[in-house]
Design a protein around this ligand. Structure first.
Ligand code: NDP
Length: 292
């Protein structure tokens, strides 16, 4: 498995399995299928309600704990220094691990940014104590990163943001790249676009992507994953189906040309699929994260 070296020297497998919206009862089988297909990185979150099943599947595999990179996220309801330290205990307890490989803040809380800063300070503490191997953020825009970097002592290792051919956030990516922050693409094959109205119902049916896929005898999903990897992004495609889980990791035996990468770059619509990061508030999105 190809890896990306984070800004503190830790190596992250470039491709992992995402488990957002994977029901808890299907998570064990999805993670097991992924590990059997060669995945060594799982991306979950406290808010997904399936950390326990992720941990169970990793523990039940033949792999040593050190061979699987586990990433999870602190939900906004647990922001604040002490609350975030406790949130680590909740996540580690459900995952059944002593150390989490990558722990990130799930969202900025723009209207209460001091809570976001306090949460990040707790991540820095966890890193110093060896409870986590790397720390980062998610859905941080340039303004949020700028505010955070004004007080942080540790530069986030990753910023996990929505990136797929129809929404590429080049400005956020470039800002991160200049500061050693790896962009990790969520909805990397455009999952969030599948239900939207328009000329193409989803990235999977986009004629440009379909044509490139046909040229390589690969699938549209594989072309999109290759596009990310060749541009240096970490990717975490989600599927609950074993055959798609296997398909999504089978992307290391072909290469897109410069023209093909540029053609995919040209598909950006500038239209966000996920929630507007500036509008995330505890009132609208807060929810209790259960104890381990
Ligand atoms: P993806 O781009 O990974 O797409 C997932 C969708 O594509 C599902 O409907 C899946 O269906 C389908 N699919 C998967 N593989 C294939 C394939 N080879 N061919 C056709 N269809 C396929 O989108 P997600 O939004 O799920 O994002 C991936 C991960 O990113 C999440 O699981 C999560 O870990 C993370 N994420 C993080 C967010 C954040 O705020 N930080 C927000 C959203 C996601 P099926 O399961 O039926 O195969």
């Amino acid at each position: 498995m190809q890896t990306i070296t984070l800004n503190n020297g830790v190596e992250i497998p470039a491709l992992g399995l995402g488990v957002f919206q994977t029901p808890a009862e299907e998570t064990r089988s999805a993670v097991t299928a992924a590990l059997e297909s060669g995945y060594r990185h799982i991306d979950t979150a406290a808010a997904y309600g399936n950390e326990r099943e992720v941990g169970e599947a990793v523990a039940a595999s033949d792999l040593d704990r050190s061979e699987v990179f586990i990433e999870t996220k602190i939900w906004i309801s647990d922001y604040g220094y002490d609350q975030t330290l406790h949130s680590f205990d909740k996540s580690a307890g459900k995952l059944g691990v002593d150390q989490i490989d990558l722990l990130i803040l799930h969202q900025a809380l723009p209207s209460e940014f001091e809570k976001t800063i306090a949460a990040y300070k707790a991540l820095e503490r966890l890193l110093a104590d060896g409870k986590v191997r790397a720390i980062g953020v998610s859905n941080f825009m340039v303004d949020h990163l700028t505010q955070l970097l004004g007080t942080a002592t540790v530069v986030p290792a990753v910023n996990q943001i929505e990136v797929h051919p129809y929404f590429q956030q080049r400005e956020v990516q470039a800002f991160g790249a200049e500061r050693g922050i790896v962009t990790q693409a969520w909805s990397p094959i455009g999952g969030i676009t599948f239900y939207r109205e328009g000329e193409h119902t989803s990235t999977l049916q986009d004629p440009v992507i379909v044509a490139i896929a046909e040229a390589h005898a690969k699938s549209p999903a594989q072309v999109m994953l290759r596009w990310h990897l060749q541009q240096g992004r970490s990717v975490i495609p989600k599927s609950t189906k074993a055959h798609r889980i296997a398909e999504n990791v089978d992307v290391f035996d072909f290469e897109l040309s410069g023209d093909q990468l540029a053609a995919v770059d040209g598909l950006d619509t500038g239209k966000r699929g996920g929630p507007e990061p500036e509008a995330v508030t505890l009132g609208a999105f807060g929810r209790d994260i259960p104890e381990a």
